[in-house]
Design a protein around this ligand. Structure first.
Ligand SMILES: Nc1ncnc2c1ncn2[C@@H]1O[C@H](COP(=O)(O)OP(=O)(O)OP(=O)(O)O)[C@@H](O)[C@H]1O
Length: 473
């Protein structure tokens, strides 16, 4: 399958390099340009890309001028505008010029890659091999990332998805960040009779409130200062298909009212327009916030919640389905290896144990990112605790508590055995003693009696273990 082509236009070599590298790692074919002119010149003699990232402030023509020229020649080409100046004027200018998304600098690379994936037109299905139990229903399997999960919670979710996918009902997907809400929405769309119509996603929290209305419903030329062209909103773009509204809890109250009316009536006016637009759109909304609590606080309309919440799908956090971690990790490592043209790395039992002991506040996304980092950075074919320490900040320190120390011990023992050590048991015992004694002494401010009591050993034993040279208190 041909990789989607992405161009990155930025006069800053560093930004160009890191963004291009991250996008390449995600499997795209990327070209960089250091100015608007260079990109436009390339456009003259080459096929246009499928997606373009551009900076705003560059010597020569700026990114907004580039956007305008691109849009006049290739109106369908999605453009993501990046800028360190996130004032309303530049964001509004970018959106008015037809930008698909606005990315504030400095940005998170994972976020940029995710935006690219969303902005690219959906690719045609491939005949991916089919496995039944641990994936979403069979016909939901195509080129897109698959929802995986062997745990009873995920199996129940897959069954619920299978039941509601084809029904013409609005769906509310709830779950912490990174649990796969968007993946669920895409899968529901692909499994519905609307599959050949557009799937349009909009992250309510990512768009300035002032622009959200025209982003959703579009505007006519002259609707407000600077609106010099008609803009077709996401509702119209999604006609016949599915509109995914992410972070719905962040929608401003006035827009909630407007959305409610559109959902009830199926028709609306563009901002500044007189023509009544009728659309047939299935809305899938998602939130990581407890909407009932927002309703109780008066921050979310109860009637809108009822309209969206015809069917609710709850995504469990990863820490409540730790048994899925081995499957997910091995799939992510395999996918990364394929993209990196390398052979897949495996996790040592101790490393896997640590991954299963960790709480994953960023859920599956965090695990996926870690696997990509490990695939790209770790030197060996087997990933041990040392590789996790190198690759993962919070995970490394979180492992100090919990059961992961047994894993660390196991890794240490294997390394010693490999190096031919003969007195492992004595060595391990003396290190264990040292760590325990130090912790107990710190805890009891250096009082040996108290430390011995805490450890459940006699004072003499403690003194003997401490050996000579320790000051007594
Ligand atoms: N069950 C799963 N199986 C495989 N991949 C998954 C699963 N859940 C999530 N992912 C992957 O994790 C990443 C995050 O998923 P997604 O964007 O759908 O989460 P989200 O809940 O919508 O997050 P947010 O609330 O932050 O927008 C994606 O790359 C997705 O492919």
């Amino acid at each position: 399958m041909n990789a989607a082509r992405i161009w990155v236009v930025d006069d800053d070599h560093g930004v160009r390099f890191v963004l291009a590298t991250a996008l390449r790692e995600a499997g795209y074919a990327v070209e960089g340009f250091d100015s608007a002119q260079a990109a436009l010149a390339a456009l003259g003699n080459r096929q246009p890309p499928e997606l373009l990232f551009t900076d705003v402030r560059m010597p020569g023509d700026d990114g907004l001028a580039l956007l305008e020229r691109l849009k006049s020649r290739h109106p369908e080409l999605p453009v993501i505008v990046m800028s360190a100046y996130t004032d309303l004027a530049s964001t509004a200018g970018a959106f008015r010029g037809g930008a698909h998304e606005f990315l504030s600098k400095p940005f998170d690379l994972d976020h940029a890659v995710a935006l690219a994936a969303r902005a690219l037109p959906e690719l045609p299905s491939s005949n991916a091999s089919k496995e039944s139990r641990s994936q979403a229903p069979a016909s939901m399997q195509d080129d897109a990332p698959q929802l995986l999960g062997d745990s009873p919670r995920m199996q129940a979710l897959f069954r619920a998805m299978g039941r509601v996918a084809a029904a013409p009902l609005n769906v509310l997907v709830t779950g912490e960040t990174g649990t796969g809400k968007e993946l669920v929405a895409r899968a529901l769309h692909r499994e519905s009779p609307r599959a050949n119509k557009p799937f349009i996603a909009l992250n309510t929290a990512a768009i300035p409130a002032e622009l959200l209305e025209s982003e959703l419903f579009g505007h006519e030329a002259g609707a407000f200062t600077g609106a010099n062209k008609r803009h077709v909103g996401r509702f119209e773009q999604a006609d016949g298909g599915t509109l995914f509204l992410d972070e719905i809890g962040d929608m401003p109250p006035a827009l909630q009212t407007r959305l409610l009316r559109v959902l009830a009536e199926g028709e609306f006016f563009r901002v500044g327009g007189r023509e009544l637009i009728r659309v047939d759109v299935r809305v899938i909304a998602a939130t990581h916030q407890p909407l009932e609590a927002l309703v109780a606080d008066g921050r979310f309309r109860a009637d809108l919640l009822h309209r969206l919440d015809v069917v609710r799908l709850r995504l469990p956090p990863l820490r409540e389905r730790r048994e899925d971690i081995p499957l997910l990790a091995s799939r992510f490592l395999a996918a990364a290896a394929q993209k990196l043209h390398a052979s897949a790395k495996r996790l040592s039992p101790a490393a896997l144990e640590r991954l299963q002991a960790y709480d994953w506040p960023g859920n599956v996304r965090e695990l996926e990112n870690l696997c990509w980092r490990l695939a790209a950075l770790a030197p060996g074919a087997t990933l041990g605790l040392h590789d996790l320490d190198e690759a993962a900040g919070p995970l490394a320190s979180a492992s100090v508590e919990g059961d992961a120390w047994e894993g660390a011990l196991a890794d240490w023992a294997r390394a010693q055995l490999r190096d031919g050590a003969g007195d492992l048991h004595a060595q391990a015992r003396s290190r264990l003693d040292r760590v325990l004694l130090q912790a107990a002494l710190e805890h009891s401010d250096g009082h040996r009696g108290a430390a011995a009591e805490k450890l459940g050993v006699g004072r003499n034993t403690l003194t003997r273990k401490l050996g000579p040279g320790r000051k007594r208190r």
